[in-house]
Each structure stands twice: as C-alpha cells, then as structure tokens.
Design a protein around this ligand. Structure first.
Ligand code: FAD
Length: 362
C-alpha cells in the first residue's frame, strides 16, 4: 500500500520544520494545509533573538536552536539562489533606562554566550551605528541576531520540500485513526483517501480545533504588527528590540511590533493596537516616527504553554498521533531544532526533553 510515514497537518513554521526533519531521514511525508501555498502572503518579517526580555535571558537551548536554523537557512538560500530570505545584520537592544542597562550588562556575564554572539556598546557607539535611535544608556548588540522575511522564507521552504519529495497538498483534509491502531486514513474533500502511519498536528493556534488535543493547556495570545513605509530611504539595516521590535525590509520599510492581547474575540486589526505600536516606534526612533505612513497592519496568534516552551510528542491514547505546537514568540528560533527532536524520537526512539514533551500534561 502507498502509505506515508506521516501526515503533517499545518505547513507553517512548525509543520515545514517537522516535514523536513522526517524527509531528511528518508521518510515519506504528506504535508497538508488548506490556507497556504508556495505563493502565500504571510508575516513580512520576524526576529531571531536568543537574548530575551528585560533581562536578556539566554533562551532555551539557543545554541542548538540557532545552529539548526542557520543550517536550514543556508540550505534554502543555496536551493533558491535568493538573497532576500533573511537580513543577517544583527540586532540591537538599546537600554532605554539605567535599570535595563544594568540588567543587560549582568546578562553578558551571567550566561555563557558563545564567542562572537553578543557584546555591549556604549551610548556613543550606538549613535555612531545609528543616530536615529532614541536616547539610551548603551545597548546590547547581538551579532548573531537576524531578521527573517517569513513570507518569502515559508514559500521557499514549501517549494523546497516539494522538490525534495514531500507530497504537499494545499487543501482541506481530516484524519481518522484506523480501528486496529495501525495508522490513519487521511480523507480529502474530493473524497480521496490516503494512508499514514503517523499524524502530526502542527496547526498553530488552530490546534485546539483538533479535538484530540483539546486537553492541552494552550494559551492563545493575539499579536498585531504594523508595516510602515518611510518617506525617504533609511540608512540602517539592523533589527531593533526595545519594548517591542522594529525590523527593516527593503530601502524604506519598517515592520514594528507587537501587541500582546490575552483577551480577544477575533483577529481583526484595531486602531488601539495601531496607536500602541506607533507609540513603540516613537520610543525607538522619535524622528523617524514622524516620517512614516502605514502600509499594512496584521494580526496573528501566538500559542504558549505554562512553562513557555513548545509542546511536542505523542498523544497519551494513541502513540502514533503527535503534536508540534506552542512556539510562542520564538517560532523561528525553536523550529528546526525542536523538529529534529521530534523526528529523532519518532524514528530512533530518542527521548524528548521532559520540559517540552506532551508527557508533562498527563
Ligand atoms: C504579532 C506576532 C509577532 C511575532 N513575531 C515573531 C518573531 O519576531 N519571531 C519569531 O520567531 N516568532 C514570532 N511570532 C511567533 C510565530 O509567528 C509563531 O511562533 C509561529 O508562527 C508558530 O508556527 P506554527 O507553525 O506552530 O503555527 P502557525 O504559524 O499558526 O501555522 C499553523 C499552520 O497550520 C495551518 N492549519 C490550521 N488548521 C489546519 C488544519 N485543520 N489542517 C491543516 N492545516 C491547518 C494554518 O493554515 C497554518 O499555516 C510572532 C507571532 C505574532 C502573532
């Protein structure tokens, strides 16, 4: 029978990553997503930054995560010949008050950062680097941080997967577990049925729509970003992260985010969020904020768990049914490494770290 090793539901950051990690290990994969394609719109930019929050905390297993993501990005650049999938120009984290400067300096010594990843620059150096940055007490500069143009990245990734032999179906399907526990029937709307040994749900914030996973304590946080265009070329390329972020795209564009809305009814963009985000831009780049117009505004949802780490692994009642979600605000950074952990678990029975395993909710 023409059976797939796994049917992956969702071809976003998580779904593409697990599809690739399994395909790389010679498994036959079916990737399903009714909402995307190889030319789908998507987030214009996302940040990869391993020094997070007000304390610039080193994020979970960031060396492994960064290495895996870099390897993948290099592969996609080689494959596509494109030089506009990422902007590898570092990330500045200006300390907008003394307390933040103390926190940031402490983080430099507290964590064992890999050589060349992160350094402190004083106020003068900040203004030499970019005179438009608001008054500050110095900054952390992450040479390892980079910007991903998520729409281009994901479309290229899907094309890459298809060319590597992953069967990509951009249409609606449902799965049904076989009665003898020997896999799943994947049924498409046109009536076609395919068979898969495993199902992996990687449907982001739509995961709770899959009834098998309703029991997970997933928290959904709406976020909005605004895409601005300046009325003149901007002469810096680095990303900026300071109580929000501002990412460069093209000669004049700035993508600024984001809101954290814990209570929401829909995914509409709002004037309130626009004002909040514009306020962030004013705080980061006061002069530039006067010279921009809104090009677009977008809303999405982050999924998190109580320990703020992803959740991967098997379903307690059906060991061939798996999950890959809860990437929070770090989807890009986590994606490849976490995908490799799930692939190694499924194929070689390597244990998943407990803090990200579904077993933590059993
Ligand atoms: C405002 C905002 C800003 C962010 N900024 C950053 C950032 O700077 N850096 C960063 O790393 N992360 C950022 N994130 C987080 C990042 O977007 C998420 O971590 C990431 O999108 C999670 O990927 P995912 O594939 O798990 O889920 P998603 O991106 O939600 O993808 C899930 C996919 O599943 C599909 N799907 C849904 N239902 C089904 C179904 N029934 N069948 C098949 N497919 C289905 C959807 O169409 C979708 O394509 C941000 C998020 C928001 C909201």
């Amino acid at each position: 029978m023409n059976k797939y090793y796994a049917a992956v539901f969702g071809a976003g950051i998580s779904g593409t990553a697990i599809a690739n990690e399994l395909a790389k290990r010679d498994k036959k994969i079916l990737l399903i997503d009714p909402h995307v394609s190889e030319n789908a719109p998507g987030a214009p930019a996302g940040l990869v930054n391993p020094a997070t929050g007000r304390r610039a905390k080193k994020s979970w297993r960031c060396q492994e995560c960064m290495e895996a993501l870099r390897e993948l990005v290099d592969e996609l650049i080689r494959f596509s010949g494109r030089d506009d999938l990422i902007s590898d120009t570092g990330t500045i984290r200006p300390a907008i008050n003394e307390k933040l400067a103390d926190n940031f300096k402490e983080a430099l010594d507290k964590y064992n950062w890999p050589e060349g990843w992160i350094r402190w620059i004083n106020e003068e150096e900040v203004s030499e680097l970019n005179p438009e940055i608001a008054p500050n007490f110095g900054a952390l500069f992450l040479d390892c941080g980079f910007t991903v143009y998520v729409d281009r990245y994901l479309n290229t990734y899907r094309k890459y997967l298809r060319e590597k032999g992953v069967k990509c179906r951009y249409e609606k399907a449902e799965y049904q577990a076989g009665e003898s526990g020997d896999g799943f029937r994947i049924k498409f709307e046109n009536g076609e049925v395919l068979n898969a040994e495993h199902v992996i749900v990687a449907a982001g914030h739509q995961t709770p729509g899959f009834r098998d996973w309703e029991y997970l304590p997933l928290h959904r946080v709406k976020g909005q970003i605004v895409w601005f265009e300046a009325d003149e070329d901007l002469d810096w390329n680095h990303a900026t992260s300071a109580m929000g972020y501002s990412l460069r795209r093209g000669d004049r564009d700035l993508i600024v985010g984001s809101t954290y809305e814990h209570k929401f009814e829909d995914l509409d963009t709002t004037e309130k969020a626009f004002n909040q985000i514009k306020g962030k831009l004013v705080k980061m780049f006061p002069n530039i904020a006067e010279k921009v117009r809104k090009k677009d505004q977008m809303a999405g949802v982050r999924v998190t768990t109580p320990n703020r780490l992803p959740v991967i692994g098997r379903h307690p009642q059906n060991k061939n049914l798996c999950i890959y979600t809860a990437m929070g605000s770090k989807g890009l950074l986590f994606s490849q490494y976490v995908g490799s952990l799930l692939a190694e678990h499924l194929i070689n029975n390597v244990q998943i770290p407990e803090e990200i395993d579904t077993v933590r909710f059993e």
